[in-house]
Design a protein. Structure first.
Length: 255
């Protein structure tokens, strides 16, 4: 059975002690994927990787620490707020698979089952994914578990572990049919000024309709316009402390 017996929180210290990774100045050019945009592999401040898209001037994760950001925004502020033993989660933006991997690891520690849906319009090439260091950083010796998330088929369910079922959906979440009875939403689209079509009223209305009462949506974004859009959909929205390098983030609840 896959799991890491000891969850590591101080990633910066661990990686520094191992002297394994370089700092953010190091980057590797990666060939474009299906959207035609180039990605550069970079190392963030906690030693974990992110991808940088020079054509958009946008990172997949915070340069202040990819793992630290995902842990704070999605795991601690979202997943850990739900006491249920059976959770249906929806991620907007599968991306590097980091959020899914952290959720999978947490599901084993908490001994609960998570059915994890994730939307992605432009999946990453597997050769690019193999360069990401999340498996090594979070669960050394079990890197194949991280790869299993990316190798799972699209548009069908796959049991990755006894505690974690993955259903990746390839397409545009503005047009796709989203699953019902969702308890948790990770809203991890690119920033509103880079990808404004992902932060529209219709999408948040659709998410609200698909969620269970008491369901939680979290996002790294704290813009006032996004908060107002969520409130217009019916969510109760709060600003809470953000991850390292960011003062605030948003958490929305369907009451």
């Amino acid at each position: 059975m896959y799991f890491c017996p000891k969850k590591q929180n101080n990633f910066q210290y661990i990686l520094k002690e191992k002297n394994t990774f370089q700092h953010l100045s190091h980057s590797v050019n990666i060939e474009p994927v299906s959207d035609g945009l180039k990605r550069e592999l970079q190392v963030t401040s906690d030693g974990s990787h992110t991808l940088y898209m020079p054509d958009m001037d946008e990172h997949y994760h915070s340069v202040n620490g990819a793992i630290q950001e995902s842990e704070h925004v999605f795991i601690e502020a979202g997943l850990h707020r739900l006491p249920k033993k059976e959770i249906r989660a929806l991620e907007i933006g599968f991306g590097t698979g980091l959020n899914a991997f952290l959720t999978l690891l947490d599901s084993r520690q908490a001994d609960r089952h998570i059915t994890y849906y994730s939307m992605e319009l432009y999946p990453l090439d597997i050769a690019l994914v193999q360069n990401l260091n999340y498996g090594k950083v979070l669960c050394a010796g079990k890197e194949d578990l991280f790869m299993a998330l990316h190798e799972a088929p699209w548009n069908q369910s796959a049991s990755i572990t006894p505690n974690f079922t993955l259903h990746k959906m390839k397409g545009d979440c503005n047009q796709a049919e989203l699953p019902n009875e969702i308890d948790l939403v990770y809203f991890d689209a690119f920033a509103p000024d880079k990808q404004p079509e992902m932060w529209n009223q219709e999408l948040f209305n659709k998410l609200y309709f698909r969620m269970n009462e008491g369901g939680i949506l979290t996002t790294y974004c704290a813009k006032g316009a996004v908060r107002r859009t969520m409130k217009e959909s019916g969510f109760s929205v709060e600003r809470i402390p953000g991850p390292p390098g960011k003062r605030e983030m948003l958490r929305a609840t369907k009451l």
